[in-house]
Design a protein around this ligand. Structure first.
Ligand SMILES: C[S@@+](CC[C@H](N)C(=O)[O-])C[C@H]1O[C@@H](n2cnc3c(N)ncnc32)[C@H](O)[C@@H]1O
Length: 326
């Protein structure tokens, strides 16, 4: 260490306000206004000492709107490291430092309370307000991160591969199948934008005769595909075949009432080319069970569209039983 460095260290730490500042800023990133409140000192005093500390290269700053927050991260080696360790240790029982810590706690508590009061005042209104963020995709992606990476899945009737790419981004290895060459070409173009395109493998084939081995994947998804398949019951059997024992089948599609005439949605045939306008939930349950699947769970989602008369949709999941040990 040079004499000059030593003098600068001693000068900075030789002032009680600077010691108080460093002590607070090591614990919490704070603005000048925060420091004025906690230290109960005039702003000019706080700013002057802060500028001195900053000149020593000891502060990192972060701007947030109109505010600038400072933080002190003690260097991990050199003169400052040793000097600050000594200062910190010596200040441990100082009543002024303890009072500063209490004042900082009070400031942070008031802030927590402020945000709690904000949400308390909103209650369920938050669901309306949060829509400004339009963050449903982000939420789905965040939840998806809870799924262990490396799962091997099949996306049957992948179309342009929107869901296959989502699954790949979550770390799943996807075999994406479609009978249409044009759809597979569109999916292939999307695949090139993935960080690792090898996470999606495209195969041409039909839902009732899939180009996958028995038990090749951990789970299979058919999202809005079944209503295009002439024999959905057979397709469910085929989806079950390609899932390993203990794996899962997930179907998403339109529902249709079984006990009363279905509203005629001819536009589904005309505009979307569907074969079926939807399926009765009892039929879906029956087909899944018939295929040997268990733990059948089906949930319904009311369609939300102001422009189109859409059927309610369902999400069905079921498990292929794990192999019995002999
Ligand atoms: C409405 S799109 C759904 C695409 C995708 N699953 C999604 O949700 O974004 C239906 C897709 O299923 C495919 N498809 C229809 N019948 C099929 C069959 N029998 N076997 C395989 N794919 C089929 C179509 O080519 C089309 O790409």
């Amino acid at each position: 260490m040079t004499v000059d460095t030593f003098q600068r260290v001693v000068k900075t730490l030789g002032d009680s306000t600077r010691l108080r500042l460093l002590n607070l800023l090591e614990r919490q990133e704070l603005s000048v206004a925060d420091l004025v409140k906690v230290l109960d000192l005039p702003q000019s005093t706080v700013s002057r000492h802060l500028a001195h500390i900053k000149d020593q290269g000891l502060l990192s700053e972060r701007r947030d709107g109109a505010f600038c927050y400072s933080r002190f991260t003690p260097p991990c080696e050199g003169a400052w490291c040793a000097a600050w360790s000594l200062a910190r240790e010596s200040l441990r029982d100082d009543p002024q430092i303890a009072a500063d810590a209490e004042a900082l706690d009070a400031l942070l508590r008031a802030r927590t309370l402020g945000s709690r009061e904000f949400f308390d005042s909103l209650g369920s209104d938050w669901d309306r307000l949060r829509k400004v963020f339009q963050d449903d995709l982000q939420r789905a992606r965040a939840i998806g991160r809870l799924v262990p990476r490396g799962l091997r899945v099949a996306d049957i009737g992948t179309g342009t591969g929107v869901l296959a790419m989502e699954m790949a981004l979550l770390g799943m290895h996807v075999v994406a199948v479609d009978q249409s060459e044009a759809m597979l070409a569109a999916a292939d173009a999307k695949r090139q934008d993935l960080p690792d395109p090898t996470f999606v493998e495209l195969r041409q084939g039909t839902a009732t005769d899939l180009p996958l081995e028995d038990g090749e994947v951990d789970a299979v998804l058919a999202h809005m595909v079944l209503h295009y398949v002439p024999s959905p019951r057979e397709a469910i059997r085929e989806l079950t075949r390609i899932v390993r024992p203990g794996g899962r089948v997930v179907l998403v599609d339109f529902t249709a009432p079984e006990d009363r005439p279905q509203p005629d949605r001819e536009w589904l045939q005309k505009d979307l080319g569907v074969i079926w306008q939807g399926f009765a939930i009892a039929r879906i349950r029956e087909w899944l069970q018939e295929a040997g699947l268990t733990n059948v769970e089906i949930e319904l989602h009311e369609a939300r569209s102001d422009d189109q008369d859409l059927p309610t949709t369902f999400i069905a999941s079921a498990d292929r039983p794990a192999e019995q040990r002999t």
